[in-house]
Design a protein around this ligand. Structure first.
Ligand code: PXP
Length: 244
């Protein structure tokens, strides 16, 4: 029997749109409810240090009102670890964060950042939060993630999605396939995400040891044209077709 592939819907960019006018609409909570109806397995939200999209009250409302597991994407800072310990999401995905970046560029520096990561992983895990590390598909990084005691890694699919269709993208896909194999060998649960679209999701969804995809920007963009429910259902259908 093949592993189930979960879909985590990232609702950050519903909040981006809301914050563009500084009001309360569109509400990311409403997006999370629609994601539930559309068959999402989880909700993902990134509380950035600069609160450019998701804000603290969104996280509190998601925890209070949405029955799906919440995956909190967060930088490895004392502030964010404190918020996670207070909010108790189902999962916390540790990501690198730079204020000047437009989106999360590259995976965590797991090797250079061991000293900072180890206590954060321990504190979150002790609180029953499932920790994942957002990493480049690089076996050396995965080994360090394992040594640090993280149960999950999320492979950064940005380079794969950004590569030109053809040999360059194939090369990036091969890195993801190999990293997913190594993760399985190391006993790490493997997730993937960043930049995935209808055109790029299939080959990643087809990797049987990947258990979860986290997808946001494309879905929110597509929702402008077809509605959020239809956009998510379209993604789910492509994931299922690739897995068959
Ligand atoms: N996974 C992680 C760790 C991310 O930081 C992001 C972007 O917030 C995503 C998945 C989703 O990426 P996208 O919005 O490009 O689908």
């Amino acid at each position: 029997m093949k592993n189930v592939l979960r879909l985590g819907v990232n609702i950050d960019h519903v909040a981006t749109l809301r914050n563009a006018r500084g009001g309360a609409w569109p509400d990311p909570l409403r997006a999370a409810r629609i994601a539930c109806e559309a068959g999402a397995d989880g909700i993902t939200a990134h509380l950035r240090e600069d609160r450019r999209h998701i804000i603290d009250s969104d996280i509190a409302r998601l925890r209070a009102d949405i029955p799906l597991p919440l995956n909190l994407e967060m930088a490895v800072t004392d502030e964010m670890v404190g918020i996670a310990l207070k909010t108790r999401p189902h999962a916390a995905c540790l990501v690198p964060e730079k204020r000047e970046e437009r989106t999360t560029e590259g995976g965590l520096d797991v090797i250079g950042g061991r000293a900072r990561l180890a206590p954060a992983i321990a504190a979150l895990s002790d609180a029953g939060i499932r920790v994942s590390l957002f990493v480049e598909p690089d076996p050396r990084v995965l080994e360090t993630a394992r040594a640090l005691g993280a149960p999950v890694v999320e492979l950064h699919t940005g380079s794969y999605c950004d590569a030109a269709d053809g040999p360059a993208r194939e090369r990036e896909l091969a890195r993801i396939v190999e990293a997913a194999r190594v993760a399985e060998e190391l006993g790490l649960e493997c997730h993937a995400g960043h930049g995935l679209t209808y055109d790029t999701v299939g080959p990643v969804a087809a990797i049987e040891t990947i258990r979860e995809l986290n997808i946001g920007h494309f879905l929110v963009g597509e929702a402008v044209f077809v509605g959020l429910k239809a956009a998510i259902e379209g993604m789910r259908a492509r994931m299922n077709a690739a897995r068959r």
